[in-house]
Write a protein that binds this ligand. Structure first.
Ligand code: GLN
Length: 474
């Protein structure tokens, strides 16, 4: 049976009766079983996805199937799906079952997408390598001794290895785009507020975005289109009209103005193969008649400090709800209430999450609030203003998605700061709330995938995916 790599190919064959939803699901279930060593899924909804497939096959024969008929997806373990366990890659949610379904996921289900399972990720989406999961590391399918990136590592590997057609991840500082780059697939972080966060386990609420991972820009755009839009359960969601992202085109002879980060092709901190691949994309765009010019962000050195101060501060507040009283895991050996909180949180959270809660609590403490939290908010604003000035002159900002290709499992465990550097190109989009896309851009000398990142002004996802598609076809 064909292993489909695009939704349009699935739909063509479904319509002509060459394949059924049930056959698609059986194929993915077989492949998931064959690829268990990748550790991409934490739960596989075997019987349920078969039942859903049969019900949708019935709808096809009656002509009542929805828009996403034949779309078999996996969801990251930070997305709520009613009556299914939800653990955010953490021990602290042991035994917890979701009571409602995330708005974004419900919209996919309503359009007849089939959810095949729940995907492994870094604990509470904190990490860049998927090594911080209570369910063990995920492996990159190109080289299983290497990481898939994080935190949506399971979601990216599942698409890479053909274990589902697309995945839904979350991106707070790069968690959709960076693993997409490491795995050679497409990852889209929409504008902040484009997709409701209702039902997404909160890491840093003013940064968090749900985003699709797929083989093609078209599939990512289509998933965005279905998930996006107003929702009364999320007060930060935008009510801007939803464009037909999956049909968006750039006018044929429009000459674009594209900025690229000089560091992305010149800094020795970026792998040579990545610099070369980025340069080739720049050359191709220039050959097509577009203006492509180097820029430098004056605040580039502040990006990671601002990101890590603000996200850990928000996380320390968001994660205070996991106290052993109301949800999931409880350390029962505690003799009294205070000890119960302490012991539950000490043994329930992993090392990285504990480190971030401590850092965030420190940044928010009375004596240091102004020095760290307030300062970081001020610099966040300066970064936004600088980005706005840049986009007053240019239509897009281009860079590599990551400074390196996938590193070895365990290689960067000793020094958390080393891992933070993996996010150097991705965090800006979250700090300012702009949409950004990672597309595959060849491989390095070891055959490891390279990603190219494109960023656009708010709510320009249509143009963003259209440019991404064009570059993928060069
Ligand atoms: N790697 C970044 C972090 O650990 C990004 C994570 C994310 O986007 N969820 O915070």
């Amino acid at each position: 049976m064909t292993l489909y790599r695009s939704f349009s190919a699935v739909q063509t064959d479904l319509q002509s009766g060459i394949v059924t939803c049930r056959q698609l699901v059986e194929q993915y279930l077989d492949r998931i079983a064959e690829h268990q060593h990748l550790n991409a899924f934490t739960d596989v909804y075997t019987d349920e996805s078969r039942q859903q497939a049969d019900a949708i096959d019935q709808k096809i024969s009656k002509g009542t199937a929805g828009r996403l008929v034949g779309m078999v997806i996996g969801i990251k373990d930070v997305l709520s799906y009613a009556n299914h366990p939800l653990r955010a890659g953490s021990k602290i949610l042991d035994g917890f079952t979701a009571q409602f379904t995330a708005t974004a996921i419900q919209r996919l289900i309503d359009a007849d997408a089939i959810i095949i399972g729940r995907q492994n990720c870094d604990e509470f989406a904190m990490g860049s390598a998927n090594e911080n999961s209570a369910f063990g590391p995920v492996r990159n399918a190109v080289d299983t001794s290497r990481v898939p990136g994080g935190s949506s590592g399971g979601s990216a590997v599942a698409v890479q290895a053909g274990l589902c057609l697309a995945s839904i991840g979350s991106d707070t500082g790069g968690s959709v785009r960076q693993p997409a780059a490491f795995c050679g697939v497409v990852g889209l972080k929409p504008t902040y507020g484009r997709i409701s966060r209702w039902g997404l386990v909160a890491y840093a609420s003013s940064f968090d975005c749900i985003g699709p991972i797929a083989n093609t820009t078209h599939d990512a755009a289509l998933l965005l289109e279905v998930m996006a839009g107003h929702d009364e359960f999320d007060s930060t969601v935008s009510s801007q009209p939803i464009a037909e992202y999956s049909r968006a085109k750039l006018p044929d002879n429009k000459k674009l103005r594209i900025a690229y980060l000089r560091d992305g092709v010149e800094s020795t901190g970026v792998d040579t193969s990545i610099r070369q691949a980025t340069q080739r994309s720049i050359d191709a765009l220039r050959n097509a008649g577009h203006t492509v010019e180097p820029v430098q962000l004056s605040l580039v050195n502040s990006l990671l400090p601002v990101y890590y101060i603000l996200t850990t501060a928000e996380a320390s507040s968001n994660l205070s709800r996991f106290d052993g009283v109301r949800y999931g895991y409880r350390d029962k050996s505690a003799p009294e209430l205070l000890a119960l909180y302490k012991q539950t949180r000490t043994t329930g959270f992993g090392a990285e999450v504990r480190r971030r809660i401590l850092l965030g609590t420190f940044a928010l403490s009375a004596s240091y609030y102004d020095a760290y939290y307030t300062k970081a908010q001020q610099v966040r604003r300066l970064i936004r203003e600088e980005t706005e000035r840049l986009f007053a002159q240019y239509d897009f900002l281009l860079s590599p998605t990551t400074p390196t290709t996938a590193f070895a499992i365990g290689e960067k465990n000793d020094d958390p700061l080393q891992q933070f550097l993996a996010d150097i190109f991705t965090v800006q989009a979250n700090v300012v709330g702009y949409p950004a896309l990672s597309i595959p851009n060849g491989t390095d000398e070891n055959g490891l995938p390279i990603g190219l990142q494109l960023m656009a002004p708010p709510f320009r996802e249509g143009e963003l995916v259209a440019l991404g598609e064009r570059i993928m076809n060069y």
